[in-house]
Design a protein around this ligand. Sequence first.
Ligand code: GDP
Ligand code: MN
Ligand code: MN
Length: 259
Amino acid sequence: MELQAVPDLPEIRPGDDLAALVANRADGILESGDVLTVASTIVSKAEGRMADLEDFPAGLRAREIAGRLEALTGEEKDPRFAQAVLEESTDLVMEAPFILTETCFGHVCVNAGIDRSNVPDHDLLLLPRRPTESAMRIREGLADNGYPDVAVIVTDTCGRPFRHGQRGVALGWAGMPASRDWRGERDRDGRELGVTVQSVVDELASAANLVTGEGADGTPAVVVRDWAFGNLEGSDELFRDLEGDFVRQALREWRYDST
Ligand code: GDP
Ligand code: MN
Ligand code: MN
């Protein structure tokens, strides 16, 4: 497997056609059958998801959350930021010492994935509204520009519980399933695998994020070559529902017990 950045992408602006911008730079880099990962930052910019704090006048709940965060952390917290997070979310999982929510498309992350870095002229960059639809549009756009059958993954850099550090994750995908189901396959001792469902879109997003980097380098699109999904069953389940998410249920119980 090989990973290669798409070179020389410009600063992305609202309305930019990402598929065309990539296709114009993809000669010798992208081929049919490859996977293209695209950082959500540039998808958001192309979709005009920049925002300013003044767009989010804080309601009572946001002011409560910001107040609690300030008391806990000793840092100043803008209630308008808390308001933006609430408006981008369908469920509040934890409100302190950081705001953990489920975004409108099902991804659980801190601050609804709202970035305050790499956003010229604006305070905030919201995540794409529907990253899987974004991935589908980029995939179709690549086909229109002479690159048929490229799977597309929209990624973000995200922290995780239990471990230090951030890594790339998939927010949306098109042209391939999210995961590969090994259940029913045999291990080296002939034992049947009972639980292994491999989240391939996250694994590819993580690998690509090594090339993307986090700084000012500007390589937000990466081509993955010579990687094949194979012939196992695929599934598009990535984000757990609350009913099947025992950690989130435990957090919920703990929250009610402790308040
Ligand atoms: P995220 O992981 O999706 O939140 O994206 P990051 O903010 O970490 O950015 C990923 C990479 O894309 C970094 O290398 C940034 O320098 C780069 N980047 C961000 N915005 C742009 C842009 O508009 N154009 C280009 N060419 N690179 C960008
Ligand atoms: Mn981000
Ligand atoms: Mn990043």
